[in-house]
Design a protein around this ligand. Structure first.
Ligand SMILES: [Zn+2]
Length: 330
């Protein structure tokens, strides 16, 4: 069945844009299996794509051929969101080994700040907490605490109060990092290894500059936000474009975009057109087809939660096709 679907005309008109975030340096995939997968799983995916005979195309070529209806059989594009240090360490060598091109949507704010990304690092620390209730001993934090009992099952919920505190206090990146240390010490988490191995940090400017040619760096906003007002939105893209342009040179073409956290507003589409953006990807699950607007391309969100069989179902088109046929029935 997978084989027949893979060679169908329906699949030939479509592109599987794989969406990844990070590849674990340590145990990140146990903390957030929807955000991180381990290297072994990523290698298995790549091997499976080779066995199926997938054609892995650079995104710029793939979206053009999608628009012209000239995609090869089993066309796939690989994208990584954010541009983490672990991408550089784990994913880039694997891409080189397999000879697969990929796009990394780079958010640039933390590229110039040598701290772990506060929001996610906080969630990771909360998940690891030995004694979560010790947070009550941090006086200024007390009024913001909630959902402490969920710290293992939904660490983001528990961390949300602390994030609110940081926002209310207007803390800088450095002050947020100091708060992360205070929280970790209070709840009994040793962050030394985490910091030494640069877990949950972004690539440094040197790392961005030394990425292999197979990796195309594209836009993801400067501060990882997607404002619904024109000026703020345009500024996010411009700051992002300027910084990547400084790193990779003015001749590096930046016309592909990924909505941060998949958040978008239809009012943003004409702004993206004005900014010269040719494609934009979401976190809506699906194969990109001729019916999809180029600025709202769905992706196949590949995570630890997907089995190899489900992955194959997505890549060959068997699974999305079954879903669409089921939807057509009364
Ligand atoms: Zn992102």
């Amino acid at each position: 069945l997978f084989d027949a679907c893979g060679r169908s005309e329906w699949r030939r008109q479509r592109l599987a844009i794989l969406c990844y975030h990070g590849v674990s340096i340590s145990d990140e995939h146990e903390w957030d299996p929807a955000l991180y997968l381990n290297e072994e799983s990523l290698r298995r995916r790549f091997e499976r794509m080779n066995r199926l005979g997938c054609r892995v195309l650079a995104l710029s070529e793939a979206v053009e051929r999608l628009a012209h209806g000239t995609l090869p059989d089993l066309a796939v594009s690989i994208t990584f969101d954010d541009g983490t240090h672990d991408f550089y360490l784990r994913a880039a060598p694997l891409l080189k080994e397999f000879g697969f091109p990929a796009t990394v949507y780079l958010t640039t704010y933390y590229v110039d700040r040598p701290f772990p990304v506060f929001e996610v690092a906080l969630s990771y620390t909360i998940w690891k907490a030995e004694n979560i209730h010790a947070l009550h001993d941090i006086n200024d934090l007390k009024p913001y605490l909630r959902d402490l009992y969920r710290h293992r099952t939904d660490p983001y919920a528990t961390a949300s109060g602390i994030r609110e505190f940081a926002a209310a206090m207007g803390l800088s990146a450095q002050e947020r990092d100091a708060l992360l240390t205070r929280v970790a010490e209070a709840v009994g988490v040793d962050l030394r290894e985490f910091r030494e191995r640069r877990m949950l940090t972004l690539m440094s400017s040197e790392e961005v500059e030394s990425l292999p040619d197979l990796v195309d760096v594209q836009l993801h906003t400067h501060r990882h936000r997607s404002p619904a007002t024109r000026d703020a939105f345009v500024r996010e893209i411009r700051d992002n474009r300027d910084r990547i342009g400084q790193l990779l040179g003015p001749e590096h073409v930046l016309e592909h975009f990924c909505y941060p956290s998949g958040v978008y507003d239809p009012v943003q589409l004409p702004w993206l057109v004005d900014l010269g953006i040719k494609s934009a990807t979401t976190v809506v699950s699906g194969l990109a087809g001729p019916e999809d607007p180029p600025l709202l391309l769905p992706r196949v969100i590949d995570t630890m939660n997907l089995t190899d069989l489900e992955f194959e179902g997505w890549i060959t088109g068997a699974w999305p096709r079954m879903l669409s046929m089921a939807r057509l029935r009364p």
